[in-house]
Design a protein around this ligand. Structure first.
Ligand code: ADP
Length: 519
């Protein structure tokens, strides 16, 4: 039976998705393979089809215990002999499953990486005809990955010891160039056996919403999407609780999930959501890892996420079935303070690490202020050189019907103010100076004597900060330095100051109508 026939027979699909066929064929030709595909790209089929096509057992190593059962149930319902062993089973159950595996009763065996620490398991596997080993979430193997799991390292060594040298495949949706190189070496994958389909999720529409009352926005959004399933992420437990009660009161079919709830309550909420007893899940980032729900139509971020890595992962839970889905951030400047506070309070991080986190937060803030295609912004951030470089045409920037207006003069005013303040202060003080504020700090540093003092007084401080953030996002200014970042001019700023480069802004970003001339 051809691999396409197997795809039809077992999964009911007519065609392979990008990358799948190549991966399947490589495995069948005994080539170790590294597959980099976006979430929802269809990674499971890449090892399930070869596992069905060839003799022998496929061992799938996954850190997501909660997903194993679902995957095994799904295979069993297709008539495929599959099982799993992990810490959710009693010791007795583990023993009896191991005995069944030894007897050759299964074609697919799902295990957590720790399983390979057990000699009994290793010798059982070693005595069998294992033809394929799949590493799900393979980025966890690399110490350069953002989610390195030490137990994965032992597995890698162990599988190289197996008698009959099974084919290895690593699968991941997040891998930097460094991680890819590391994984190639660890799994012994040739350069031309790396299949990278890029990170782009073309069925997702990205939006940033600013200046709306958030509760009102969410309520209107849910009303307009009554029949759809979605997740709303908030930062704190308190935020989750408040929003949950508000939405419940308004009669929406909603559940909540955060780490402050009992395990039982969380499980119940999660099941209600997964099995479509509730449409909306309001949650902190504790929710979602290992949840395989394909028909999530939207992911709203009620507040600013801490970085683009977590944002893309959380937003990426929308549209795993490939259908059009929306990812919306409701931006409010106050969230920056909250996120900074959370970094600052974290006892898990040393100063160096905190600095890194502040920089990542800055990139997230930039995302909310850029005028460019949001999809492209994300792909650039992840150094994705494979996906299309064309603007997506759907995100809130591409789709904006706002006119682009020339704000070069205002940009020059901001840049020269930053310069005159010796590039030693952050956005909020620069905004105060441009506003002409009587703030104590402004007086203390005698910034009220600068020629730029009060130069943009028609704008509110909030508008000024937002405009400054736009200039940072577009690389006219650099904002660096941890919790209290300092603004300095970028190379590009010079060409604006000399008038060589113009600055265009979507009309709503600077709401001033009257422009003060600047000499
Ligand atoms: P990933 O692990 O890459 O996030 P999955 O393996 O869970 O993705 O697949 C996501 C969804 O896409 C699943 O519902 C799966 O059945 C479906 N899918 C996978 N391959 C195909 C295909 N060739 N045609 C149609 N749907 C597919």
């Amino acid at each position: 039976m051809s691999t396409l026939d197997l795809l039809k027979k077992y999964f009911g699909y007519d065609a392979f998705r990008p990358g799948q066929e190549k991966i399947v064929n490589q495995i069948l030709h005994q080539e170790n393979t590294l597959a980099i595909m976006p979430t929802g790209g269809g990674k499971s089929i890449c090892y399930q089809i070869p596992g069905l096509a060839q003799e022998g057992i496929t061992v799938v190593i996954s850190p997501l215990i909660s997903l194993m059962k679902d995957q095994v149930d799904a295979l069993q319902s297709l008539g495929v002999a599959a099982t799993y062993i992990n810490s959710s089973l009693t010791t007795d159950e583990q023993f009896s499953r191991l005995a069944e595996i030894r007897n050759g009763e299964y074609r697919f065996v799902y295990v957590a990486p720790e399983r390979f620490d057990s000699n009994a398991f290793f010798s059982a596997i070693n005595s069998l005809n294992v033809s394929l080993i799949a590493f799900d979430e393979a980025h966890c193997i690399s110490q350069w990955g953002h989610d390195f799991r030490p137990s994965y390292r032992t597995v890698v060594q162990a599988v190289h010891q197996l008698r009959n040298r099974p084919v290895l495949i690593g699968l991941t949706a997040t891998a930097t160039a460094e991680v890819i190189r590391d994984l190639q070496q660890l799994l012994d994958v040739e350069n031309n056996a790396v299949v990278n389909t890029g990170f782009a999720r073309s069925n997702l529409t990205f939006q940033v919403v600013k200046g709306h009352d958030r509760q009102e926005y969410v309520t209107d959004y849910l009303k307009a999407h009554q029949d759809d399933t979605g997740i709303i992420y908030a930062i704190t437990r308190k935020q989750v609780d408040q929003l949950y009660y508000l939405l419940q009161e308004k009669g929406f079919s909603v559940r909540k999930y955060h780490a402050g709830m009992s395990e039982e309550a969380r499980k119940e909420a999660q099941n209600d959501f997964i099995y479509d007893n509730a449409r909306v899940m309001v949650a902190t980032n504790a929710f979602g890892m290992g949840i395989d729900k394909s028909n999530v139509r939207y992911v709203l971020h009620y507040a600013l996420p801490k970085n683009l890595e977590s944002y893309y992962q959380e937003a990426g839970r929308a549209g795993r079935d490939g259908e059009p889905s929306q990812c919306v951030i409701l931006f409010s400047g106050q969230d920056i303070t909250l996120q900074k506070y959370l970094i600052d309070q974290s006892e898990m991080m040393d100063e160096e690490k905190k600095k890194g986190e502040y920089d990542k937060l800055q990139a997230m803030i930039n995302y909310c202020h850029t005028d460019q295609c949001l999809q492209q912004y994300i792909l650039r951030y992840f150094n994705d050189t494979i996906s299309s470089t064309e603007a997506c045409g759907n995100c809130s920037n591409c789709d904006s019907d706002l006119e682009k207006v020339d704000r070069t003069k205002e940009a020059q005013m901001v840049l020269s103010c930053v310069k005159r303040m010796d590039e030693r202060f952050g956005a909020s003080l620069v905004a105060k100076v441009l506003k002409g504020s009587n703030d104590k700090k402004v007086k203390q540093f005698r910034f009220d004597r600068l020629s730029t003092y009060g130069l943009m007084k028609e704008m509110t401080e909030k508008e000024l900060v937002s405009f400054i953030q736009f200039l940072v996002a577009e690389d006219f200014l650099v904002s660096e330095g941890g919790r209290y970042p300092i603004l300095r001019l970028s190379k590009r700023a010079l060409s604006v100051l000399t008038g060589e480069e113009k600055v265009y802004v979507q009309a709503a970003k600077v709401e001033t109508t009257e422009v003060v001339a600047y000499d």
